[in-house]
Design a protein around this ligand. Sequence first.
Ligand code: C2O
Ligand code: CU
Length: 521
Amino acid sequence: MLTVNDSFPGPVLTVKKGDLVYVNVHNQGTYGVTIHWHGVKQPRNPWSDGPENITQCPIKPGTNFTHEIILSDEEGTLWWHAHSDWSRATVHGAFVILPPDGKYPYQKPDVEQLIVLATWYKGDVMAIYEEAIETGGNPNVSDAHTINGYTGNSTDCPTGENFRMQVSSGKTYLLRIVNAIMNEDQFFGIANHSLTLVGMDGAYTEPLMADYLMITPGQTMDVLFTANQTPTQYYMISTPYFDGFAEFDNSSAKGIIEYTGNYTPPSPIPSPTLPELRNATSALNFTASLKSLASRNYNVPQVVDRHIFIAISLNVLPCPDGQTCKGPPVNNTQTIISASLNNISFQTPQIDILQAYYRNISGIFDRDFPNQPNLFNFTGDVTNISQYTTQGTKVLTVNYGDAVEILFQGTAIQSPENHPMHLHGFSFYLVGINSGNFNSSQDPKNYNLKNPPLVNTVGVPKSGWAAIRFVADNPGVWFMHCHLERHATWGMDTVLIVKNGTTKETSLRPPPVYMPPCSAS
Ligand code: C2O
Ligand code: CU
């Protein structure tokens, strides 16, 4: 497996708010790779953002690239990960951003603990990725989930060890949780202990007391708990909300919270009561309860200049002639699975879009990403014809400074599930979220325009919708995609180009002297 500095998860970057950080990435692996700083806005500087063939070409084996990471208002926990093919499965780590004065806007924890949730494959991830692309069928989703690299006693790894965290009675702990899992949203909890969410995606939240968290791939959460229960051992469990796949054994990742002191370990160790698999109401309730910390004076756009409506769906495409395809048959014909935004299944170009945009190279991408889909009853019955989609490299363009609202509508095409939509270059306000079809005359009346959470990833509910708002004040080329890796691979992606403003300070920065070259060799 490909790792960073010989560790899985990879090394933690700890910095202070507003720091300027240089990271020199040396690729000693056997294939090209890029690294992304997930949730760092990189003002005017997509050159160091990382998604392969979106903002740069891969760092080839034996070469290196220095990233310039410009932090602005991010504070809390973020993460970094590879952003090429499926290499992020093993190439990722936490990115901790401390307040400059060392003061948190919540009770100071006695101890901080990182919790990195990830995916374990017994096989080579790249082979799994290629199989999914070539046959158009479902890839092996994983063989186990891990907590801080420990597989625990999942059925596929019966001898695995559990991650253990020692706690002392009366002390308060801050968990900095990163969901680096490839393909499943998670419910997370600790037996007998209630959790208080205080931060998310590198911004503070209004404290939210909860028995469980709903955390999607791409999200990070800062959570307090106090060791105030009978001193013994308790399970910390992360379990899938949804598994689209027969291949996955549904095993949960289990860690053990271990009080210090003398006691006989309990048998069995108590487990948290978490919502059952596919409990959409519990998933939605958690996300709908999130609020930003009002004292931070966040600035929610009250008026929108640009409305964008994006229908998210899984689709199928006809199987190319002469090939054997493993997608679900439609009208007795073979298909490949695809995925789309507004019925466009994104195709990654051969050189990066950022370079093509900056240097006016034509033929790499089109600017005609539709502002809305063909309208239909998204969550109701859908005829076969709309399962089909078209492939293309289409991008959205918005004006500098526009207040943008994107309405993400989940659909019932194929086997529907949640889609954690992630936007690079921004944090956005989640102003509304619900199940069902979005109603443009009713639903906006219930938006939270006062203290909505400020996030970079939102779990758009299965057959439901989510509305986000942000000001397009970061000129550049920014990837937007579902953070379930197989959906992104199948085309559930697009790019947002934010045009330059009228001054140098509101325009894209020029490229650094060295960018990894795009040539084949
Ligand atoms: Cu976590 Cu496009 O990234
Ligand atoms: Cu998705």
